[in-house]
Ligand binder design. Structure first.
Ligand SMILES: *Cc1c(COP(=O)(O)O)cnc(C)c1O
Length: 388
């Protein structure tokens, strides 16, 4: 029997090791949110099994795209949907769809945009950097970004003046906590574009639980990262008007080839959409709220300044904010370094370190991981005992 032979035993032991142990990788507790450099999200066993099965078969890709289109349309109320590699790719392909209308000769020509409308208007505060500049995604299609207004604010009149320019291909809006400046009424911005006969695209990458609200703006297309809160394999999901989706799909014969959706991504997205359809949203929100409340309670009981903060972009979830007093212990930057350098390495949101705070997103974390975060914070922030 294999188990009694030396080789078999060694193999058995090797199988008992985790992937991180086998490959010598850093074990992580990711409280930094749906963050690309850390693997974004955790798929469920059902989604993982669907992906494994997909990897072992052949498929007519158009049939898988059609199946996702039906499932996403049913889930969101949009007319149709399509999948590409990710939202960064999706922005480039949505811009290409607006520029070409799906015309085969124009599709083949891009990114050479000679003779096509090539200006993509966006409010200046929407030109975010989510690890690279969003403007790069526009330029990848051969288009030129045109910023309206300032970082502080973009009035509708400024947006309209930019949309009125010649060769305007599309309006691009972003719904994200990364957007800066005075909030813009997205529905009014979409209406302004439509009055000029310009299609409107919304990047709602991490906003899938608000997709109905984003579609209700009247936008022609909304882009969602399937690997963020939907927890599918890496994929960009475009939902919107059927004609726009068709022009988007047509890019497969042009720049879209370099950004294709894999068979395993398509099958994984289908499984994740089906799981989302069965989700009891109210119960999910209650669970997330309770997880955040419990951690906040435990930290406060240990004398740590902790509070629950809602998502600034309106996703139905909260995060834990821990604020430190640098005169009494490590400052926020030093605390983040301390959490990162332990085992497992705890990664957190660091965009408020200047204000003395760290943020913790708990959505994908198990109870034991939340407890570990509390333990490590208590250890790091416990005052050194007063001598004598
Ligand atoms: C994450 C994100 C993206 C990129 O999404 P990918 O699917 O990872 O390419 C684009 N825009 C915003 C606002 C994001 O948060």
């Amino acid at each position: 029997m294999a188990a009694f032979k030396g080789d078999g035993l060694k193999e058995g032991l090797e199988n008992a090791l985790t992937l991180h142990q086998r490959l010598g990788l850093t074990p992580l507790v990711n409280a930094a949110g749906t963050f690309t450099p850390l693997g974004v999200s955790r798929s469920s066993p059902v989604v993982a099994a669907a992906v494994a099965e997909a990897l072992q078969g052949f498929f007519v890709i158009d049939e898988l795209q059609a199946a996702v289109s039906r499932a996403a349309a049913q889930a969101t109320g949009a007319e149709a949907a399509a999948v590409t590699h990710c939202v960064a790719a999706g922005i480039a392909l949505a811009v290409a769809a607006a520029m070409t209308g799906g015309d085969p000769a124009k599709v083949r020509a891009l990114p050479d945009s000679s003779g096509m409308p090539d200006r993509v208007v966006l409010p200046a505060g929407h030109a975010v950097d989510y690890g690279h500049p969003l403007l790069t995604d526009i330029r990848l299609a051969g288009a030129t970004p045109v910023l309206a207004g300032s970082q502080q604010r973009c009035h509708l009149a400024q947006l309209d003046a930019a949309l009125a320019g010649p060769r305007t291909a599309a309006l691009l809006l972003v719904s994200s906590r990364l957007v800066v400046g005075e909030p813009l009424d997205l529905a009014a911005a979409v209406a302004a574009a439509h009055r000029r006969g310009v299609p409107a695209i919304i990047d709602g990458a991490a906003q899938d639980l608000r997709v109905e609200t984003l579609l209700a703006t009247g936008a022609d297309a909304v882009l969602l990262s399937a690997h963020k809160y939907l927890a599918a394999p890496t994929a960009g999901l475009l939902v919107g008007r059927a004609a726009f989706v068709a022009a988007f799909r047509a890019q497969d014969r042009g720049i879209g080839r370099a950004m294709k959706a894999s068979k395993e991504a398509l099958v994984g997205v289908l499984a994740a959409l089906s799981e989302r359809g069965r989700l009891d949203r109210a119960a999910w929100c209650r669970d997330q709220h309770e997880k955040v409340a419990r951690m906040t309670r435990h930290l406060r009981a240990a004398g740590i300044d902790a509070s629950a903060v809602p998502d600034p972009a309106g996703m139905p979830l909260e995060r834990v904010r821990v604020s430190v007093d640098a005169s009494k212990g490590p400052d926020a930057t030093a605390l983040a370094v301390q959490l990162k350098s332990g085992t497992p390495s705890i990664r957190v949101m660091e965009h408020e370190v200047v204000q003395g705070s760290l943020l913790f997103e708990l959505v994908p974390l198990a109870a034991a991981e939340c407890e570990l975060i509390v333990e490590r914070l208590v250890r790091a922030l416990r005052r050194p005992p007063v001598s004598n």
